[in-house]
Structures are given as structure tokens and as C-alpha cells.
Design a protein around this ligand. Structure first.
Ligand code: NAD
Ligand code: MG
Length: 346
């Protein structure tokens, strides 16, 4: 087996006493915020939640038994400020809390965008760290409650106290990440690989691959329903196999015909031209062009984003999918009812 090229930290590598007596201000109560706040609180850490006066998340945080204030109010009382508002809102929220950061405090992130692309220039004297769970927040929370862990990434951008990494590991332990393993990286590596992955493979790549396959079949006269099943619905089954056992396990589970076809024709689809496009997309991530584009887009109230988002919703595959999923839901509900009847009859 190949050795891992990075350090991976587990519970035994993390000393939770670095958070003894500390107050953590969790800014934002969305996907990540609600999970970090509740996991930290259940691990015995004092937690405050920072939200705007008019935020609709206030009621949720209070219902979960947490004390809420504005970002500035809770940062003023905290030793650790965890920045979990949307990335595009972070520079403005940072400006509100910066006057309340004292030497020795920790400024903690779950994604490196604003630090790496200089949208936040943190004051000297504070530790600047990242613990980035590799799942959406609801899974981070669910895993914690089930005594399971969630893998995460750790990075240190500024080590003012000499203990930044140890303090980040204590935070990772408190939210349940060191139970599963925390991989050490840098703000640059996390940001650039995250952006590249979501653009080239995960979000952009897979959505365009599905739509291109769908359009090819429909344009050739096949039914939209068949095209939907082949190109979108079955994607989940294939990805689940790869997630569980790797690409090889996927190929082991499909027919020899599917395997031979995939091995020989896959490279005709994802050819050198696609790989060159990937290099270009990566270069735009690395040289900051994508970041400049996205920041300008936000500054202009998102005209391109809004238009492309609507076009995506209007694509025929969405309509076909919605109708078929409705049929599926009926079928699944009926099977469940039958199962229940059968169990009762036994
Ligand atoms: P989100 O959109 O789910 O939640 C944002 C929260 O911030 C909401 O509670 C919202 O009310 C609040 N908020 C919005 N604007 C605000 C403002 N101006 N001031 C104060 N509060 C404001 O965000 P998220 O997806 O949890 O992302 C938070 C951070 O976590 C980001 O840095 C993101 O990149 C990172 N991250 C997200 C995921 C994920 O799967 N969602 C995974 C890893 C890392
Ligand atoms: Mg990501």
C-alpha cells in the first residue's frame, strides 16, 4: 500500500484542554454553523451564536438552547471566532468583528477562499486556522450524535501563539472530526482543490456530462424518459459503488459488456481536449481569475449567475426528472405499504 503523503490526526493527537474555559463564537447558523455550534456545546464548550438582528436563523439557534447575539457582540465575548457565514458575506462580517479580536484569539474558518484570495486580511496577534469538515453540516451533526466521526481538513495560516495547530485540533475533536481523521493541508491547497473539484468534476463536470449524454440520446430520437434513466438516474448507483469500493469495485459489479465499453469508450469522451480544458480551469483557479470573476459577479448583484441558474432550471431534463421522480415516489410508497401489510400478516 502507498504511504499517505500528509499527516492524519485522530482523537489521541488532539488535546481538548486547549478549549478549557474558552468561549467560541459561531458566526452563522446555516449548514455548517448549526452543526459546529451544537457539537461544540455537547462537547462541553461554551458557545455563542452570531447572527444579524433580522436573521431568520435566530429562532432556530435559540430553540436549540444557544445564546444568540450580533456577530460583533458575540465576538467581543469570545476567545475563538468561527466564521461560518456564506463565503461571500465573510469580508463584511469580518470587518464587524475585527475590532473585537484580541491578541491570542483564534479566527477559525471552514474554507480558505477569503484568506487565500486576500478578501480578509486578518489582524496580527490572532491564530488563523481552518477545520473544514468534508461533509455538509447536517451529516456532521448526525455523525456526532451517532458517536461517529466526520473526516476533515486542518490548516494553519497564522500561528501567533505557537499553539494554533493544537488549538485547531482541539476544535476538530470537539466537533467530532478527529474521530474519523483530520488531514493536514494549507489554505492554498484546500481552496484550490475545492474550487477545481467542484468546477471540473463534482458540480460542473458531472452536471454537464449528464446533460450532454441526455441531449445526445434525445436528439437521436430516443425517449426523454429512457435518456433520463440512463444518464441521470443510474448515476447514483454507479457513484455509490465507487464510493464504497473504488473504481475497480464499480467495474466488478457491472456486466463485462459495460466494463469493456466503459474502459474503451470512456477515454474517447474524456479525451485530451477535456484534460486541456481541466488544466485551463485549474490555471484560472490558481492565478485568481476565477476568484476575481466571482467577486465582481457578486459586486454586480449576480447577473450571470441568476441567468444561468434559471436556464439550468428550464432544461428539459429537469421537467422529465420531476415527473418520473413523482411516479417513483408513488411506487416506493406502495412497496412500503405492501411490505408493511406483509409484516403485519406474518
Ligand atoms: P449557509 O449558507 O448554510 O449558512 C449561512 C449562515 O450565515 C446562515 O445562518 C445565515 O443566516 C447566516 N448569514 C448570512 N449572511 C450573514 C451575514 N451577513 N451576517 C451574519 N450571518 C449571516 O453556509 P454554509 O454552507 O454553512 O457555509 C459556511 C462556511 O462553511 C463557508 O465558508 C463554506 O465554504 C464552508 N463549508 C461549507 C460546507 C457545506 O457543505 N455547506 C462544507 C464545508 C465547508
Ligand atoms: Mg467543497
Amino acid at each position: 500500500m502507498t504511504e499517505f503523503t500528509t499527516e492524519i490526526y485522530y482523537d489521541d493527537d488532539a488535546d481538548e484542554s486547549h478549549l478549557d474555559g474558552a468561549t467560541v463564537a459561531v458566526l452563522g447558523y446555516g449548514s455548517q454553523g448549526h452543526a459546529h455550534a451544537q457539537n461544540l456545546a455537547d462537547s462541553g464548550v461554551d458557545v455563542l451564536v452570531g447572527l444579524r438582528e433580522e436573521s431568520s436563523s435566530r429562532a432556530a439557534a435559540e430553540a436549540d438552547g444557544l445564546e444568540v447575539g450580533t456577530a460583533a457582540e458575540v465576538a467581543a465575548r469570545a476567545d475563538v471566532v468561527s466564521m461560518l457565514v456564506p463565503d461571500t458575506a465573510q469580508p463584511a462580517v469580518y470587518a464587524e468583528v475585527e475590532p473585537h479580536l484580541e491578541p491570542g484569539n483564534v479566527l477559525q474558518f471552514a474554507h480558505g477562499f477569503n484568506i487565500h484570495y486576500n478578501q480578509i486580511d486578518p489582524v496580527e496577534g490572532v491564530d488563523v486556522t481552518m477545520i473544514a469538515p468534508k461533509t455538509p453540516g447536517h451529516l456532521l451533526r448526525r455523525n456526532y450524535e451517532n458517536d461517529e466521526g466526520t473526516p476533515g481538513l486542518l490548516a494553519v495560516y497564522q500561528d501567533a501563539t505557537g499553539e494554533a495547530k493544537a488549538r485547531a485540533l482541539a476544535y476538530a475533536k470537539a466537533i467530532g472530526c478527529t474521530r474519523a481523521g483530520v488531514v493536514e493541508t494549507t489554505f492554498r491547497e484546500e481552496t484550490e482543490t475545492d474550487l477545481f473539484g467542484e468546477q471540473a468534476v463534482l458540480c460542473g463536470g458531472i452536471a454537464e456530462l449528464i446533460k450532454a449524454g441526455y441531449e445526445t440520446l434525445v436528439d437521436a430520437g430516443y425517449s426523454p424518459e429512457m435518456a433520463y434513466f440512463e444518464c441521470l438516474n443510474e448515476m447514483k448507483l454507479i457513484v455509490d459503488l465507487m464510493y464504497e469500493g473504488g473504481v475497480g469495485a464499480m467495474y466488478d459489479s457491472v456486466s463485462d459488456t459495460a466494463e469493456y465499453g466503459g474502459l474503451t469508450r470512456g477515454r474517447e469522451i474524456i479525451d485530451d481536449g477535456v484534460r486541456e480544458n481541466m488544466d485551463e480551469v485549474l490555471a484560472e483557479v490558481q492565478n485568481g481569475e476565477f476568484a476575481r470573476d466571482w467577486i465582481a459577479e457578486n459586486g454586480a448583484n449576480r447577473p450571470v449567475y441568476t441567468q444561468l441558474r434559471q436556464a439550468e432550471k428550464d432544461h428539459e431534463i429537469e421537467d422529465v426528472g420531476a415527473r418520473l421522480r413523482e411516479l417513483f415516489a408513488w411506487a416506493e410508497a406502495e412497496t412500503e405499504d405492501e411490505d408493511r401489510t406483509r409484516v403485519q400478516a406474518d
